[in-house]
Design a protein around this ligand. Structure first.
Ligand SMILES: NC(=O)c1ccc[n+]([C@@H]2O[C@H](COP(=O)([O-])OP(=O)(O)OC[C@H]3O[C@@H](n4cnc5c(N)ncnc54)[C@H](OP(=O)(O)O)[C@@H]3O)[C@@H](O)[C@H]2O)c1
Length: 278
């Protein structure tokens, strides 16, 4: 007969306490249930202005979950939190990140609006406080694959530019995804635009913005969610590598959950989901 051990079992690691800023938004309202369903994560705070004072579970159309929505990030961080995830907006994200780091909380940023040119400053700020930050303009695994393919193609092709498509309602341009593609392409391949820039004839703005030495063209028309493309040409051939997002926020969840789980063991800033993938 097998004898039962009398030695008490060591408790497992405690769940990572997470605050979601933007909990009621398009991404946030899918992320909150995903966090609640994960046994290694605990939702301890939810931020959104219009539903402040209500239980986040009921706001999202379900049962109460015991987490009241608050209107500001500092209020939410008063709860014991290890990680703050931000899916709010390009306008508010910067202040939210600083507020979290100032309170000793690791940060995962999905919101667009953090300029990659500011990464060194934010990296130093996080390091001084012994904290990690993951910023990804796109937490989709497929979008990350497309970015990898774009980097491979750019190495082989003599000329290429980035085109960024999104809904007419998107307030910021370029998208976080296109911004990151440009920054990564510019850092890896210093080829510059193949065609004329501001010195060309006509309306030079039509040539788009130059970001990290890469031409980026933002198209904002109804009917698009988000698409990002590398348009490359060589001699009499053309190659397009294009990512098209669908209507649902589901593709962003796996990468965001991965970042939440990894950020607590990071020091400083990591940009791009690919940095966390094997
Ligand atoms: N990295 C990625 O993979 C990825 C994917 C999709 C979207 N995004 C980006 O993520 C951000 C959010 O996108 P979304 O489509 O989910 O936006 P959304 O539907 O507009 O949701 C925004 C959420 O943030 C809250 N919010 C906005 N400003 C706030 C503030 N100042 N203080 C507190 N709460 C605030 C909103 O609630 P209230 O208005 O009630 O405050 C809402 O809950 C955007 O920047 C978008 O470009 C990134």
């Amino acid at each position: 007969m097998q004898r039962r051990s009398t030695v008490p079992e060591a408790p497992g690691p405690s769940p990572i306490a997470v605050v979601v800023a933007g909990a009621t938004g398009w991404v946030g309202s899918a992320l909150v249930p995903a966090i609640l369903a994960a046994s290694d994560l605990a939702l301890v705070g939810a931020v959104a202005r219009r539903h402040a004072g209500q239980d986040v579970g009921t706001v999202l159309g379900g049962l109460p979950v015991g987490v009241t929505v608050v209107g500001t990030v500092p209020e939410a961080l008063a709860a014991r939190a290890a990680v703050m995830v931000d899916f709010t907006s390009a306008v508010s994200v910067q202040g939210h990140v600083r507020a979290a780091l100032d309170r000793g909380v690791h940060v995962v940023v999905g919101s667009s609006g953090l300029d990659p040119a500011d990464d060194p400053r934010l990296d130093a700020y996080a390091r001084e406080r012994g904290l990690g930050v993951v910023v990804a303009g796109n937490f989709s695994l497929v979008a990350t694959l497309a970015k990898r393919l774009a980097l491979i193609a750019a190495a082989e092709m003599p000329g290429w530019e980035v085109v960024d498509y999104a809904a007419a309602s998107k307030p910021d341009a370029p998208s976080g995804t296109a911004f990151e593609w440009a920054a990564a392409l510019g850092a890896a391949h210093s080829k510059g635009p193949a065609g004329p820039g501001s010195e060309g004839i006509g309306h030079s703005q039509a040539r788009g913005a130059t970001i990290a030495g890469v031409q980026v063209h933002s198209v904002r028309v109804p009917g698009y969610v988000l698409s990002t493309a590398l348009l490359a040409g060589a001699g009499d051939e053309r190659l397009t590598i294009r990512y098209d997002a669908g209507q649902s926020p589901a593709p962003y969840l796996t990468g965001t959950l991965l970042a939440i789980r990894r950020v607590t063991s990071l020091l400083g800033l990591v940009r791009g989901l690919e940095q966390l993938l094997p």
